[in-house]
Design a protein around this ligand. Structure first.
Ligand SMILES: [Zn+2]
Length: 241
């Protein structure tokens, strides 16, 4: 990978850093504003996954004579993998475990997710800068929600504010580490279609499990145009890019 690609990947991951922080602070300051952003981001992230990542993964699989079932299956594995992670990390609360520990374990799940966001950016830029930009847009577009989730999760579990801020910082730094790792570690060609398929599943999961449920708090006439418009905008961008 070129040095330029590494810089772009890490640069965009750094923008994701601020997006995560902004989401965390917004959760504390203006809890009412975030639904509209979530509605828009839900469409953008789904658009990136379905109009760009999945077709790209299938195209790359075909080039090396892999069946389309492999990248599409990897997408489902990504989706179910993050669903499983969330079920395991976030079920403690209901089972009466000490709120303290449940908050920390749950919030660390968001950090794991954010490392994968960074890996996706790094891998995207290894393939080409167009894919890198689109992945970065999908990550930056929803990372405010990652920050927001981390903070609201910590707050609901009655964690001290200082610890919420540390976890938010870890969540914001995670994409940078992921992007650096994916930029610097050698990746064989067969990994790309599988990894891109997997990341599309991660994005579809993030959109359907956190962004769109939050957007449901808006009236349909406000929320739906934002979501559908976000997906349509990603379609146009993939056509023009
Ligand atoms: Zn994320």
């Amino acid at each position: 990978m070129t040095a330029m690609g590494t810089w772009l990947a890490v640069g965009f991951a750094a923008v994701a850093f601020f997006s995560t922080l902004a989401g965390g602070f917004a959760a504390l300051r203006w809890p009412g504003r975030v639904q509209a952003l979530a509605a828009l981001a839900g469409g953008v992230v789904l658009g990136a996954a379905f109009f760009d990542l999945l077709p790209d993964a299938i195209g790359r699989a075909a080039e090396i004579n892999l069946s389309a079932q492999i990248p599409v299956g990897a997408s489902l594995i990504g989706f179910l993998g993050f669903y499983t992670l969330e079920r395991f990390l976030h079920h403690h609360h209901e089972e009466g475990e000490a709120p303290d520990r449940a908050g920390l374990i749950g919030a660390s799940g968001f950090v794991v997710h954010s490392v994968f966001d960074g890996l996706a950016i790094g891998l995207g830029f290894r393939i080409d800068s167009t894919l890198g930009f689109l992945v970065a847009a999908a990550v930056i577009g929803h990372d405010f929600s990652d920050g927001l989730n981390t903070v609201s999760y910590m707050v609901t579990h009655r964690q001290p504010a200082g610890r919420s801020r540390s976890l938010l910082l870890a969540d914001a730094l995670a994409p940078i580490l992921g992007a650096l790792f994916a930029s610097l570690v050698p990746v064989p060609d067969t990994v790309f279609p599988i990894a891109i398929g997997f990341f599309s599943g991660l994005f579809i999961y993030a959109a359907s499990s956190t962004l769109l449920p939050r957007a449901r708090e808006l009236a349909p006439v406000t929320g739906l145009p934002l979501t559908i418009g976000g997906a349509a905008a990603m379609f146009l961008i993939t056509r023009l890019a």
